[in-house]
Design a protein around this ligand. Sequence first.
Ligand code: AP5
Length: 193
Amino acid sequence: MTNIILLGPPGAGKGTQAGMLVEERNMIQLSTGDMLREAKDSGTEMGKIVADVMARGDLVTDEIVIGLIREKLQGDKAGGFIFDGFPRTLAQADALGELMAEQGETLDHVIELQVNDEVLVERIVGRAAEAVAAGGTARADDNAESLKIRLMAYYKQTSPLIGYYHAKGMLKGVDGLGTMDGVKADIAGVLDA
Ligand code: AP5
């Protein structure tokens, strides 16, 4: 069983690579973004609270996302967890360490997908255009204004995790600019080393 974090800015390919790992390695994807969107779409109280924050591109509170992860860690573990988009702050990283220890689990790798801003913007704009063409609407935060705030949140609040996990000897950088299969092969190289 392997537990990993996929770390990287919006559009780095975290969700794409997590999906491939689920299929090929029977791992469990824990995407806080997906969990929050589900809560929003199903109109729960929590969903109503986070909707505006997410649409704007800001981070929701640590308390909410840590609560979501705590619940999921008690479920099926299968081939291990892929944390996709969590942790995003130092407080979340500390909480994850504690939650994993409570479950008798360890974190094996933190894989940082490295993609420059120009490509991130291209990918998000491309995804929004595809979604509009296919169904008339895009993700509420896939627009130029929210993306700017999402990137700022990444550099200010999330990028300090690179140093945090590097100091723990867990960080592995992977070039996220290659093809999806190329990036997948590089991640496999880390997991199978
Ligand atoms: P979240 O859903 O996590 O969004 P994000 O981090 O902004 O990530 P994305 O889903 O946009 O990108 P990704 O890296 O997964 O890339 P993807 O594979 O989709 O979070 C949304 C919001 O929820 C946050 O802004 C915040 O408000 C809240 N939130 C979530 N977690 C939180 C937390 N822990 N704390 C606080 N708030 C939280 O790919 C993007 C596009 O690129 C796709 O079209 C894909 O097809 C394409 N693509 C992927 N890989 C490649 C490749 N190698 N080559 C070419 N195209 C590629």
